[in-house]
Structures are given as C-alpha cells and as structure tokens.
Design a protein around this ligand. Sequence first.
Ligand code: PGA
Length: 254
Amino acid sequence: MKKQLLYVANWKMNMLVDQAVDFTVACKEFVEQNKDLAGAIAICPTFLHIAPVVEILEDSPIGVGAQNCSEHESGAYTGDVSALALSDIFCDYCIVGHSERRTHHNESNEVVARKVAQLLANMIFPIICIGETAEEHDLQQTQEILESQLLPIIEVLNNAEQLPGVLTIAYEPVWAIGTGKTPDSASLEKTFKWLTNYLQTQVNEKIEFCLLYGGSVDEKTAPQLAQVKGLGGFLIGNASLDFQKFKNIVGLTH
Ligand code: PGA
C-alpha cells in the first residue's frame, strides 16, 4: 500500500481571520469526505490565527501548527511565544528553522536546535527546515550544509528524554522557495537518500523520519515531485493560501 503523504500548509505572514476560517472550514469538509486523509494535513497559520483554527478543527484529524517558537522556556522575552504556550492551546506541530527566519532573524543552527528541544519537551511535533542557498547549491555543497544544520539538532535528539515515533524534516532548498524552481527528481532523490542514511546512523534511538519537500510546490510541480523515492510529503507556501489550489495538490498526489 502506498504511504500517505503529509501536506503542511505554511501560510507565512498571510491571511486574515475570515480567510483563515473559510480555508479551515473548507479543508475540514474535504477531509470529512475523504477519510483516508485523516492525519495527512496540517495547517500552520500565524500565531494570532492558531486558536480560531484549532477551535474549528476540534473534532477533525487535521493538525494545526505554529511557524516558530521561542528557544526559551518562559520569561522576559517580549514578543516571543513559548512551546509550552503552543501546547496549551493544542497546537500539534511547529515549523522551526525556516530559511526566512534564518535569514531575516539571524537564527543560527544552534538556536534552531534549542527550539527543537523546547518542542520535544512540550510534546509538539517539530517540522525542522533545512536547505542550501543558490550559491551553496552551485558549489555542490548541499550535503555539508545540511549536515551542519542538522548537527546540533542531532545532539538534541540524542539527549532528549522523549522522542516522537516520527520526526519530520523539511528539505527546502532556499533557491526553490517562492521562485517557481524545483530540484530535478534525480537530485532530490539523492538528497533524500543521503538524509535518510545520515539520520539513521546519527540518531541513537530508532525513530522514523518523515522527509518533506518544500519550495514552489504547486499543482504543476507536485505530481512529478510526489514520485520521488523517499518523499514523505510537502511543505507548501504560496499554493496553500488558496484552498482550491491546496486541495488540487492533495487530490493529485495523495
Ligand atoms: P513556497 O514556500 O511554496 O511559496 O515556495 C514554501 C516554504 O517556504 O515553506
């Protein structure tokens, strides 16, 4: 049987309450009509919209995620949101290490790893984003960049008191995000294969890794990308802002 893919909608800094509600209600109905999609979709709104989305999805198998969290447990960190506060409002997932946060907020690999630790301690599934820039890609440095991004995270995983059965990693080449460009199937498969082997040898505990691909996933690119061996799902930005487009991606590939 084909493994169900995971579809994560990353709304970034988009959507107002009405739009978030409309999307969520439509998505809930879609999953009610397609029971095989239970657990296959997660929506990541802005912090402000997590609570209303969670409320609509109370009895639904659709997950809800944040797009970031603090690396600290609690305290005097004006404007930040803790993993504990996210778990308190029934957030299931949290994206960390997105390249936009690494770039615009100078988040280092170590900061991202500390966020992962906070999420694991609060039983929220991290969606850990990694990926190389265009320049690194051209210099064929993809594997060493991914390795440097993963190293402090592996240390956290190997010291965590509790690990989820499945850990989600999103490979998002920076040059593919919002550009319309995607890696070709052969190089993506090579990266996934390397990632799977690397993670299995570095992480002590036997856990499963779900490898997502993110970067210009839309109705045109998704069918081909979905064929790539080792792919566990998609992290979708732009095309997740329109429910019809998001639904089409799921419909074409699940
Ligand atoms: P995109 O964004 O689908 O708009 O390229 C993906 C992401 O940044 O998560």
